[in-house]
Design a protein around this ligand. Structure first.
Ligand code: DGL
Length: 245
């Protein structure tokens, strides 16, 4: 059994890629919408929230846990690996290295939560691959609007916060909620190249499962749990294109 969690349904963008390359596993997705947003929580508060979810998933028999959230990954994964050495943790980080690999000369906008942008882990990544044409933008409040599916408010938010950026070629979607609003972003920034970490996370999970010989061999199932409302299920199923249990 593989566990996966986020502060809501944003991590579905990661799970979708995981299922593409690892269809023979059983998954439990924990959507912690009650505690959304994670993006501006204190480190210790966030760690306690995440620890509870991790313990729940371990008690349910998960040997591998995907942190489908950039904020929780950057702030908690090191401590989780120390505290639960028997569990395989796969973390998510903004796909800034992809810009270095694929379009180094392009003017780049990295969008993420405040927690991610200000984290040591992200800043180390940024300094390593800096193309000197990059703007870092914390989008306080955006993940909540996406979680609540407030389409018009999302458009307004992007218009107010991104219109000043001209000639952007690359946009790094550094929060797992943001791939859900690519079309909205295009309305403001035009036809940009998007980079997100979902395929990288899925490949890393596959590599590590193979290495540890945590085998699949099951028919695919996805159990969906949301900490605040059962209504999220329909939207989650629509994004994934499958029925959950
Ligand atoms: N989806 C999360 C991320 O990747 C967090 C959004 C939030 O709760 O602030 O950072």
């Amino acid at each position: 059994m593989i566990g996966i969690f986020d502060s809501g349904i944003g991590g579905s963008t990661i799970l979708k890629e995981i299922i593409n390359i690892l269809p023979n596993y059983k998954y439990i997705y924990y959507s912690d919408s009650k505690n959304n947003p994670y993006g501006n929580k204190e480190n210790q508060t966030l760690y306690s929230i995440v620890k509870n979810i991790v313990e729940y998933l371990i008690n349910r028999g998960c040997m591998a846990i995907v942190i489908a959230c950039n904020t929780a990954s950057t702030k908690c994964v090191k401590r989780l690996r120390q505290e639960y050495p028997q569990i395989l943790f796969i973390a998510t980080e903004p796909a800034y290295k992809m810009v270095y690999d694929f379009n180094f000369n392009g003017k780049t906008l990295v969008l993420a939560t405040k927690g991610t942008i200000e984290s040591e882990k992200f800043l180390a990544l940024y300094h390593k691959y800096d193309n000197h044409k990059t703007i870092l933008k914390s989008c306080v409040g955006l993940a909540e609007l996406i979680e609540e599916d407030q389409q018009e408010a999302i458009d307004r938010y992007l218009h107010e916060n991104l219109s000043e950026y001209k000639d952007i070629e690359n946009v790094v979607l550094g929060c797992t909620h943001y791939p859900l609003i690519k079309d909205h972003i295009k309305k403001v920034l035009g036809n940009v190249n998007f980079f997100d970490g979902s395929v990288g996370v899925a490949k890393e999970l596959k590599r590590k499962l193979d290495e540890r010989q945590i085998l699949g061999g099951h028919s695919l199932s996805v159990e969906f749990i949301d900490s605040s409302s059962e209504e999220k299920r329909k939207r989650f199923e629509k994004i994934l294109g499958l029925k959950t249990i």
